[in-house]
Design a protein around this ligand. Structure first.
Ligand code: HMG
Length: 391
């Protein structure tokens, strides 16, 4: 019998504040409908000064450990493009915060928003080699563009943690993948910058071309036929991007991209991203969780997954939910997580951004803002100090 490998558990976390984009629209001199309808974004998560990719990632992973314990976890793969250190892996801080054994391998991965998918595929390969072991995958990012730039409306922050194992309780990672890599400058962030350089319009057209190439590679490798997919999840830099991408995929497959068809295929995958914003490496998997939390029973029915990371790498693959997966979901908790964020005014958000550290400000202690279990209490001698608050 073929070994089934996939997602045994999946959990999300997001930051402390919620910025209503109705407050950002007048600052940009546009109608809120440009964001709400044109981009499909209503709210974006803003992180508190005592939160970062480590605290978000640990908060997501903690939910998995609380349910499954740490037995068998031998590797943490931490995907991010909001790295806090050019050398040390964020995964090492997480190993410490979660109290995982020193025998755990901890490493960080990067390729823009594609990094989470790279981590998932590498995790599956590690489990194939040692089917008794488990790998903790964390995708955690904070998307911040220049103030007043057109990208500002697409900011956000979230983390997703996945426990990858044999005989998974949530979804099998199907074996076929279509991949596309191309050296293009649509979005990039040199190490000396805190915000990315981005050519927004180019990035959309490169994403769409990447969908087409990755799908063609997937087809050539003998994946599922287009009509077999029960749902479609796309990387969502803004939720309308999923609609643009799916329109392209429908057309390639000779289907009319009518509004009812698009809604039927995509609506369930957008609920959380619409209110979180872009979470880069986590976004595709936030979309998957939204789809599982809100969709019909998908047991045994493949869900198409399209991962895109600027620069660029794209991958088309699928996951197939297994019997009983609905018992593993945290739909109520996920909805509460979003609802519990503290609303922030535009001025409050702007002050947070202006005060953000540039990385060379010397020692600092952060006020306690987050109500989460993990917090960044400060930086001393260029060392980040994290706290885990027992509940
Ligand atoms: P923009 O110039 O602010 O917006 O750029 P626009 O003028 O293109 O308008 C956006 C949409 O709103 C348009 O719809 C308008 O018609 C519509 P479309 O033509 O695209 O269908 N609109 C309205 N709709 C209703 N009522 C109104 C109204 N007004 C206008 N009143 C852009 C938008 C996304 C380019 C910008 O926000 C940006 O640069 N964002 C960052 C880059 C990005 O998200 N790129 C996406 C693809 S690349 C990617 O996914 C990778 C990424 O996640 C990074 C990584 O991989 O690490 C970004």
């Amino acid at each position: 019998m073929t070994l089934q490998i996939g997602i045994h558990d999946i959990a999300i976390a997001t930051g402390h504040y919620a910025l209503d984009l109705a407050l950002l629209a007048p600052v940009h001199g546009v109608d809120f409908d440009k964001f709400r309808v044109g981009l499909g974004q209503e709210v974006q998560t803003v992180v508190a000064p005592d939160e970062d990719i480590v605290t978000l990632g640990a908060a997501a992973a903690q939910q998995i450990l609380a349910r499954h314990g740490s037995e068998g976890i031998h590797t943490i793969l931490f995907a991010t493009e909001s790295g806090i250190d050019a050398s040390k892996a964020a995964a090492v801080y997480v190993q410490d915060l979660l109290g995982l054994p020193s025998t755990v391998r901890a490493v960080e991965l990067k390729q823009a928003c594609y990094g989470g998918t790279a981590a998932l595929q590498l995790a599956a390969a590690l489990v194939a080699r040692d089917p008794g072991g488990r790998v903790l995958v964390i995708a955690s990012d904070i998307a911040a563009y220049d103030l007043d730039s057109s990208g500002e409306s697409t900011q956000g922050a979230a983390a997703v943690a996945m426990l990858v194992s044999a005989e998974p309780a949530v979804a099998v990672l199907d074996p076929v993948s279509g991949v596309f890599t191309s050296n293009v400058m649509d979005f990039w962030r040199p190490t000396y910058r805190s915000t990315p350089r981005v050519d927004g319009k180019l990035s959309i057209s490169v994403y769409l071309d990447a969908v087409e190439h990755a799908w063609k590679d997937y087809e050539a490798k003998g994946g599922h036929s287009f009509t077999e997919f029960a749902a479609f999840c796309y990387h969502q830099p803004f939720t309308r991007m999923a609609y643009k991408a799916h329109t392209r995929l429908l057309e390639i497959n000779g289907c009319a991209a009518t509004p009812p068809r698009l809604e039927a295929d995509l609506a369930t995958t957008t609920h959380y991203n619409r209110r979180i914003g872009n979470s880069y490496t986590a976004s595709l998997y936030v979309g998957l969780v939204s789809s599982l939390d809100h969709g019909e029973d998908l047991t045994g029915r493949p869900v198409a997954m399209l991962s895109y990371g600027s620069g660029c790498v794209a991958e088309f693959f699928s996951v197939t939910p297994v019997a009983g997966y609905r018992d593993q979901l945290r739909a109520d908790a996920n909805r509460s997580l979003l609802a519990a964020r503290e609303p922030i005014t535009y001025d409050g958000y702007r002050q947070l951004r202006m005060r953000a550290r540039n990385g060379s400000d010397g020692d600092v202690a952060f006020d306690t803002v987050t109500t989460g279990r993990f917090r960044l209490s400060g930086v001393s001698d260029d060392k980040r100090i994290y706290l885990s608050l027992a509940r």
